[in-house]
Write a new protein. Sequence first.
Length: 419
Amino acid sequence: MPTECSPTLFEFARVEGRAVVAGFDGGRITSDAGALLLGATDRVIGLTARFAGCFRDARHQPATEHSVETLVLQRIVAIALGYEDLNDHDTLRHDPLLAVLAGKLTTRRGDCAPVAGKSTLNRLEHGQPEPTRYAKISASGAAVETLFVDLFLEAHKKPPRQIILDLDATDDPLHGHQEGRFFHGYHDCYCYLPLYIFSGRHLLVAKLRRSNIDASAGAVEEVARVVAQIRQRWPWVRILLRGDSGFAREELMAWCEANRVDFLFGLARNERLQAAIAAELAAAKAEAEYTGKSARRFKDLTWCTLQSWSRSRRVVGKAEWTGGEANPRFVVTSLKRREAKPSASTNASIAHGARWKTGLRSASLTSLPTARQRPLCAPINCASGLPRWPTCCCVPCAASAWCTPSLPRPRVPRSGWRC
């Protein structure tokens, strides 16, 4: 039996003298009203309009219902709202919210919705570098790449003294038989391996790549393009390149050294590196067993690989003992020792990049020491060589207090470090 609906109002019991009525004439409604904030932001920075300017529209304009700017805005807002599939737009094209954001509540043709459906958007996304007979909307890849960096530069009122560019390669899992799919052993799935470059919260590069490549593949070309564009606007800004051990490659480090770009990359540990910090690791183990807490030491090395590096470079090793086991870590850098102080923006940039690539997983922050630690007193003069002793021979052991982060750092004459 079909349901019978009445569009007229009907009443419920009154409450404090007020009428309670129900009606079914609410009209067109939306459940994504928060996108109005995105629209207000877009009107200020003009992102979608500038992005649409990277496309060329060769369609016959008198017969065109949906402009490229409308298509771009519709797709970006839908992705931000969680509608990633083009199929969703068969319903979303009737959503009044997207029509409001596009500034288009009516259409010239009676058989069209205010915004586009999946077929029209599909032609936008599959456009070629040059218009063709069946794909008349084309995009300039170079213009899109330039736009990301331009937005970053315009976000600053004045040139900063230094900017940090974070490189990262992460997995983009595939759930079908997409072109170019490969199984990646580290990520344990079929995926693509896109390259990202961040500066703080700003995304400068997002390059889609197959996963059967080295993590640093194409990084030199992308970094060179971004650095050239930045220095064209800010010729004297200092640039620091940062990444994990997948980017500690001779080609990238040599390019940085030849182009006045500093770098700080993680370095995969090996037996030679671990042997170089064996003494520091033993001291960290002794401190951890004595205090019951994690302990760490740092050591500067001048290091060169047996074959892959063309020259020796500075390596900083962290000898850490935590959770009852060793956790040695290494970085290779062009920075001097006095420049190893981390900043709030550095940690925030690491966290933002990690949130981008891992979604709900939280970021783990690591940084270099702020200064070189004083060596602990020799065991022969200071009980067992552990980090805290009340006296050493005849004077308080200033070195032991200086090396313990939880204690104040006393200002004592140099002779006070001797025991």
